[in-house]
Ligand binder design. Structure first.
Ligand SMILES: Cc1cc2nc3c(=O)[nH]c(=O)nc-3n(C[C@H](O)[C@H](O)[C@H](O)COP(=O)(O)OP(=O)(O)OC[C@H]3O[C@@H](n4cnc5c(N)ncnc54)[C@H](O)[C@@H]3O)c2cc1C
Length: 414
């Protein structure tokens, strides 16, 4: 009987296990997970769970009893410490060794840390435990400083401000998320946060931290001292590639794979945040940290493992929620091509498209869910559109679907 070992207890592993069982695989599935929890979804950690509106049961990848019912072995609170591809074997931190017929590396990323910024009052946000600990410290009237106005920094700022916490965000760039999403978005995000009382200090850097009896004292590059109660370091992530590197697999910004998720070692696959995967439509390898992609990688890999290999060609989709605003992106914004704005930046209801050779290559939208839904259908099929059509709000995006594309629409939006 075949044994598939899935390393990591995130949604990518959970989706692989689900896909395998749904397709009728009756061999052994073992998930080895460093965290002590059942696989769960991370997006609520900086949103609903931190705000106190979701309980853990609300965002598990599968119901608690699913694993036993589907005969999936969970080895929780245990790390895979070594991989020996030549022997098809992994060693676990509990002293066991496991042989495999296929091994899936879904080890994700961890929060980047900053030297000199550690201690009881210093937080990162990657795990359930991180979110729990931070949430316990967010009582009204306290002062939270956030280093980095990326998605996690901005989402936590929104939740904390809504909980009555005083929030200051330091962002070295002139605009938050400007490099990823463009200046219109960056400015809208700054304005939205400022209206909610968050002090966003762009172009400023905190260089040092000292603990005082009462809290923390931060020193800015300009020599200003800022006192606070808690500090969140939200300065990006580091892929968990060590296992792959030590096993001699090809690794660059992530574990390198082909379009099927195959790494450079036989029967070893990598999916989710940790994988730098060849995307046939982009013609290059991409590593993205998107919930939706991690889940889809899992489903796609299950088919590959069962002999129905197909390349993963889906659009990358990401969302963020801050206050009552919804931000969504599709595709990869690379700054290439023509930029087209649809809607009103002033009213904070707009989408920005990247148009390359008459095709929508990517889009990002603020409070335009319908545009995103319709653009997703258009982007999923060969199409040709003009900047004028995209910018004209009287032209429904779905009307840009080429004739005869209807048959493929359901496939694209499933
Ligand atoms: C706070 C937060 C908010 C987010 N919000 C959004 C959002 O709104 N929208 C969105 O699209 N994406 C969001 N993301 C990103 C999304 O959660 C990730 O893309 C997704 O979790 C990736 O899943 P994964 O299974 O690849 O990896 P992970 O979820 O990182 O899971 C990997 C697991 O593997 C474990 N592991 C690592 N090494 C080993 C080892 N050697 N042995 C055993 N286990 C190991 C890790 O501990 C971890 O539990 C958010 C992420 C965070 C942290």
């Amino acid at each position: 009987m075949s044994r598939f070992v899935l390393v990591g207890g995130g949604v990518a592993s959970a989706a692989t296990a689900t896909g395998l069982r749904e397709a009728g695989f009756d061999g052994e599935i073992v998930i080895v997970a460093a965290e002590p929890h059942l696989p769960y979804e991370r997006p609520p950690l900086s949103k609903e769970y931190l705000a106190g509106t979701f309980a853990v049961e609300d965002f598990r990848a599968n119901p608690e009893d699913w694993y036993a019912q589907h005969d999936v072995e969970l080895v929780l609170g245990t790390r895979v410490e070594a991989l020996r591809p030549a022997e098809r074997r992994v060693s676990l931190s509990d002293g066991r060794a496991l042989g495999y017929d296929a091994l899936v590396l879904a080890t994700g990323v961890r929060a980047r840390t900053l030297d000199g910024f550690a201690g009881e009052r210093v937080h990162a946000l990657r795990t359930l435990a991180d979110s729990q600990r931070l949430g316990e410290r967010l009582s009204a009237g306290r002062h939270l400083v956030i280093l980095g106005a990326g998605f996690i920094g901005c989402e936590v700022a929104a939740v904390a401000a809504e909980r009555g916490v005083r929030v200051t965000v330091f962002e070295p760039e002139p605009l938050p998320l400007g490099r990823v999403l463009g200046p219109e978005f960056g400015r809208a995000i700054v304005d939205i946060h400022r209206e909610h009382g968050v002090a966003i200090r762009t172009g400023e850097v905190v260089t040092a931290m000292t603990e005082t009896g009462a809290g923390l004292e931060l020193t800015t590059r300009d020599g200003e001292i800022v006192a606070c109660d808690e500090l969140l370091v939200g300065v990006g992530s580091v892929p968990n590639v060590e296992l792959a590197v030590e096993a001699g697999l090809a690794v660059e910004r992530g574990i390198l794979t082909d379009e099927y998720g195959r790494t450079s070692a036989p029967d070893v696959y990598a999916i989710g945040d940790v994988a730098e995967r060849l995307h046939p439509e982009h013609g290059r390898r991409l590593r993205v940290e998107h919930h939706d992609t991690a889940v889809k990688h899992g489903g796609n890999l299950a088919r590959t493992l069962l002999g129905h290999a197909e390349p993963f060609t889906g659009q990358h989709f990401f969302w963020s929620h801050q206050y009552d605003h919804n931000l969504q992106s599709l595709g990869q914004l690379t700054g290439e091509g023509e930029t087209v704005i649809r809607g009103s930046v002033e009213d904070r209801s707009f989408a920005i498209f990247s148009l390359v050779g008459g095709r929508i290559a990517a889009m990002v939208a603020l409070d335009r869910p319908r545009d995103v839904l319709q653009a997703r259908k258009v982007m999923g099929v060969p199409h040709e559109v003009t900047a004028e059509q995209l910018a004209d709000q009287d032209v429904a995006l779905k009307s840009l679907l080429p004739r005869g594309a209807g048959a493929r629409r359901s496939e694209v939006v499933r």
